[in-house]
Design a protein around this ligand. Sequence first.
Ligand code: HH2
Length: 268
Amino acid sequence: MPDATQLPVIWGIVNVTPDSFSDGGRYADTETAVAHGLVLAADGADVLDIGGESTRPGATPVSIDEEIARVVPVIEGLAAELPEATISIDTRHAAVAEAALDAGATIVNDVSAGSDPAMFALAARHDVDLVLMHMLGQPQTMQADPRYDDVVAEVAGYLQARREAAMAAGVRDERIWIDPGIGFGKTLDHNLALLRDLEALVRLGAPVLLGASRKTFLGRLTERPEPSERLAGSLACALRALEAGVRAVRVHDVRETREILEVFTRIR
Ligand code: HH2
């Protein structure tokens, strides 16, 4: 049984995906993202996770230069306003991660678990925390027809193999987090199976991060096509994470997540 008094670490999501590529748009997007990060920190986020590339199916790919131009000013802005904040960079690209670490980030959140051959060496050199997430295939096509014989065993086996590869590249084991990648090449049933048996991942021994907040499968279960209306489903996943001994949850609704976890923890 996990320690029922220990609250999972709460990661607040800060997406930097501009509507406009003009200078005016860029400045406004940076300001908006920094302001959003400040709200999440005030709401009780332990980590601010900054991402400049959408990994949704069908999202327009962005260049590495564009991704850097999106995230670096936001990280610099947040690091200046909140010197104590812990900032994570959500990227698949080592060049973006390096620019983000130079700007003040101290965690690399890689949804491709080291697909860029330079990523593990970078994390080792900087001795930062590294999140390895499972994804089946590529973002563009991952939801086409995902298949597994045993989704829990396959995701666990993959994450263990990537963890060993990261260690072989010099990342210290205590720096490595694992994440089942809810929604990344998974059907509704695959997502439910992974959530039902989160303990199988916890047993691997690395701290587990769970990102289920507002995801499509919750919209299907609750008939909520609009992501911002998926709060209740998202909170159910946060409680399940707490129950299973998951060490961190990546969420949009930081205040509500903190409150439900605090109340549930006090009851237990
Ligand atoms: N999910 C998304 C992005 N990054 N990182 C981790 N470690 N785990 C996740 O589950 C995860 C992640 C989903 O990204 P997107 O679909 O762009 O939406 P949002 O960033 O608003 O959650």
